[in-house]
Design a protein around this ligand. Sequence first.
Ligand code: UTP
Length: 290
Amino acid sequence: MKIKKVVFPVAGHGSRFLPATKATPKEMLPVVDKPLIQYAVEEALDAGFTDLIFITGKTKRAITDHFDQSLEISANLTEDKKQLFQQMNNIIPSHASCIYLRQGEPLGLGHAILQAKPVLGDEPFAVVLADDLIDAEKGVLRQMVENYDDNQSSLISVQKVAKQDASQYGMIATNDNKLNMQKLTNIIEKPHPNEAPSDFGVVGRYIFSNHILSFLEKTNPGAGNEIQLTDAIKSLLQEFPVYAYHFDGVRYDCGDKLGFIKANIELALKNKVFGSELLDYLKKRLASWG
Ligand code: UTP
């Protein structure tokens, strides 16, 4: 079955990024010149998704505005500006549509996804966490859709994480260490580094069979007193196959200040207009430190 629906949970507190996120959504923070959520949406469009479901909440209005055709193209604009405004008004192509749902209170990622149930029907769907920015030649969602097509089982993206960071991730166990797609046997939310079942942690790209929703409905608050997606995945994999997918690409945790700054530097260095000037600047700066 072709997957059309993708859920963007964007209703979280963004507390690791205060004060920037007090009144501005974390997902609207720009990496170079584009908000995080736009990178995520473009990745989903490139992978063929057409139904873009945003789970928004308090202080998240700017996300809705961003995808509106809100720039007025008045006659007195220069031709260059008219073109630019036109482009900005057409971030979402006409074959795709945005659906905005509210999470009244940020009770956890699992709870956010559950808000999409009324529009998900019984189809498989993807979930993208916009604060995980992944720089990849082929978008990670596209990589995952191709693998889902072959195999029709839930897929979660994973990467190797440093042992001391295990307590920031959902950490997985699999039955095989060789392939880039392995069957999950266990998953634990934010374990103590000594209790992590492997070196691999989950990052924010998922494709789920619809069964996940009934497990989410039965999931009680877990770590941080939030309804954790990880706990529902743990129940899902007892009854249905779930695979870990090792993607090609570099992921930046842009929900974290340092990760966000790294993403800005790396993507700015790739910028065609000012990348080489930035590199010269950084080299001079480093030289001045001896
Ligand atoms: P995070 O745990 O990174 O987001 O959730 P957070 O809670 O906003 O951040 P901190 O930990 O307080 O800094 C990953 C994604 O899930 C969304 C967030 O908006 C983010 O995009 N989310 C999280 C929700 O939509 N609702 C929630 O209840 C929790």
